[in-house]
Design a protein around this ligand. Structure first.
Ligand SMILES: Nc1ncnc2c1ncn2[C@@H]1O[C@H](COP(=O)(O)OP(=O)(O)O)[C@@H](O)[C@H]1O
Ligand SMILES: [Mg+2]
Length: 252
């Protein structure tokens, strides 16, 4: 069975069906990208997978379990981790402190506020591992708020990985970044996928980020699946080109 199986989900907001009858299956080890013009329903779809929105219709299966009604925090406990389109870190704390918090939450130690047990060797070892994985060592003791947008995003991704997820969900990891930071973020995601064999669902508006990364791509437009295939197939898809061109015209 697929690690993630989304079966014909729909999300209505009043009159508007932001996502209509969309299905998706993601195999273990796959990097699946979801792309589409602004307003296509990508974030709404993502919020249903992570549990922030309950689908109006359809069901979502994770690791063989129907999670349609399972709240987001429990999905994290089951091995689903997510990052947000807007970076969620504690800017006034250091990279190391941010990672430590994520590791401690995972280990269930945050409840023991007045003990020193949160700072065990195991916690520190895991924090060091995450610093290395994200190549954040040089910035470990700087406040996250002082770092580049790219390094803040990396910190956030490492916090998500602190939970040892089976599936990592990324919503526009390169949003608001310049060319170099976009490239660096793509390199990081590629490494997590290829080297560490993480299963990843990546929502991205910027096509440059995903063409060298994704195993398969699902294209959403106006809440529906417009096309699906390998990066080469999607790059050659006239339907997809038309959808993106239409967006450019509207934007100018
Ligand atoms: N919470 C909400 N309430 C009402 N409408 C929403 C809500 N979230 C998104 N929408 C609408 O749903 C459509 C899809 O939005 P979204 O999922 O954010 O698209 P994308 O992430 O692809 O840009 C848009 O028309 C948007 O205005
Ligand atoms: Mg979005």
């Amino acid at each position: 069975m697929s690690l993630l199986e989304v079966r014909s989900v729909t999300q209505r907001f009043g009159e508007l069906a932001a996502v209509k009858d969309v299905s998706l299956s993601v195999e273990p080890g796959e990097l699946h990208a979801i792309i589409g013009p602004n307003g296509a329903g990508k974030t709404t779809f993502f919020n249903m997978i992570s549990g922030f929105y309950r689908p109006t219709a359809g069901s979502i299966w994770f690791d063989g379990v129907d999670v349609t009604a399972v709240p987001p925090n429990e999905r994290v406990g089951m091995g689903m981790a997510r990052t947000f389109q807007i970076t969620e870190v504690f800017p006034e704390l250091s990279v190391r402190q941010n990672l430590r918090i994520a590791v401690e939450i995972t280990q269930g130690l945050r409840l023991q506020l007045f003990s020193r047990r949160g700072q065990t060797a195991a916690t520190e070892a895991r924090v060091d591992e995450l610093l290395e994985l994200g190549a954040l060592g040089a910035n470990a003791d700087r406040n996250v708020g002082e770092l580049s947008h790219g390094d803040q995003r990396t910190t956030e991704i490492m916090m998500a990985l602190a939970t040892n997820p089976k599936l990592l969900l990324l919503d526009e990891p390169a949003a608001g970044m310049g060319t170099k930071e976009t490239f660096d973020t793509a390199v990081l995601i590629r490494r997590l996928h290829r080297k560490h064999k993480l299963t990843i669902v990546l929502v991205e508006h910027d096509m440059r980020v995903i063409f060298n990364l994704a195993d398969r791509i699902t294209v959403l437009a106006e809440g529906e699946v417009l096309d699906r295939g390998t990066p080469d197939e999607i790059a050659a898809s006239e339907k997809v080109q038309v959808a993106y061109l239409g967006e450019k015209r509207e934007g100018t």
